[in-house]
Design a protein. Structure first.
Length: 351
């Protein structure tokens, strides 16, 4: 099979690899689409993976190609979405079903071979059937959709009458905004410094999307909320100014969610710390998403259901689709920011 193999930092090659074999309890998935995560760019070009060579790519959906021993409940050709975190099942977090907190996990696309490839092997328990009416392109975005939902849930959700302010309008920020709308927030404010992202936010119906190079986000949140601030502030860019804006925009008793991967150290001004204390602001981190092996409702099932109910608009997030042969160019474009992009999908079936 063809796969995009990372040999060392910055050294990506399109190569022929042996077809992986599904072991007991595993499934061979033919990859339909695999999204490029914001984290893949530093993973490939700066930081590297846990071992080399590796095939990156963890946001994917595909069809069942073959089932390993003991897997009887999936048909060849069935569309599936894949939870990329392979939990150990033995640690205290796993015993509580909190797989994102697993102390000894493996991960498709960083620790183990992922889906910038024609095929990938995953445990059956990590697979969810894609509901009818949901395309593989959409299903490939189950992971980012779930990450966005999980972030809001970490903030205790949001409800009617509340304001959700989102700092960073990339694909994840826009998904958080969509979930905030689905969950019933009354006011959704979005900020970004890239005009195309602000435009894109508006095209999703978020009228209150602002260019934070010309509008001070903290002042704007204050103005929009009668000086109160937002109940939920989501830092979705990982930059010092957006973190400061998110912390500074929280209402009395508000919640701030740290979602964006940090790109630099941040110094918190004394006055801001004092304000956070006096306002008794809750600050929570969020990581990945919740997945249940028992079939209970979780971020993944809710994301797929929202897609089936046409509540999440995912296709308009896609700005680029690249076959494997064009994947390196697409990843370089993202690194260099040589074109505007939101969601970039790799399509291994397309040559
Ligand atoms: Zn990701
Ligand atoms: Zn574990």
């Amino acid at each position: 099979m063809r796969a995009l193999v990372l040999h060392k930092v910055g050294d990506l090659r399109l190569e022929e690899l042996p077809m992986p074999n599904p072991g007991a309890g595993e499934v061979l998935v033919r990859v339909g689409f695999c999204g490029v995560c914001g984290s893949d760019i530093p993973r490939i070009h700066e930081k590297g993976t846990y071992r080399f060579p590796t095939v990156c790519g963890h946001e994917f959906a595909g069809t069942v190609e073959a089932c390993g021993e003991g897997v009887f409940d999936l048909q060849v050709g069935e569309p599936v979405a894949v939870f990329p975190l392979l939990w150990c099942g033995k640690c205290p977090a796993c015993e509580q079903g909190k797989y994102v907190q697993c102390q000894d996990y493996d991960y498709l696309g960083s620790r183990r071979d992922g889906a910038f490839a024609e095929y990938v092997v995953a445990p059956r328990r990590n697979l969810l059937r894609v509901p009818e009416g949901v395309s593989l392109e959409e299903a490939a975005m189950t992971e980012p959709a779930s990450v966005a939902l999980h972030a809001l849930r970490r903030a205790g959700g949001c409800s009617f009458g509340e304001t959700v302010a989102i700092f960073g309008a990339g694909p994840i920020g826009l998904l958080v905004a969509q979930w905030a709308r689905i969950l019933g927030a009354s006011r959704i404010l979005l900020f970004d410094i890239v005009p195309e992202k602000v435009e894109m936010a508006r095209s999703f119906g978020f009228e209150q999307a602002f260019d934070s190079r010309t509008i001070d986000p903290v002042a704007e949140v204050s103005a929009q909320t009668g000086g109160e601030g937002a109940e939920v502030c989501v830092e979705a860019a990982g930059c010092p100014p957006t973190l400061l804006a998110a912390l500074g925009s929280a209402k009395r008793g508000g919640r701030v969610v740290l979602l964006g991967n940090p790109s630099a150290d941040v110094t918190l001004p004394q006055a801001l710390i004092s304000q956070l204390m006096r306002r008794e602001v809750g600050i929570v981190g969020t990581w990945n998403s919740d997945y249940s092996v028992s079939g209970a409702r979780d971020d993944w099932r809710d994301s797929l259901q929202a897609m089936a109910e046409r509540k999440l608009a995912l296709l308009p997030l896609i700005t680029h689709r690249a076959p494997l042969s064009g994947a390196i160019a697409a990843l370089n474009m993202m690194r260099d920011r040589s074109a505007f992009f939101a969601k970039v999908l790799i399509a291994p079936r397309e040559g």
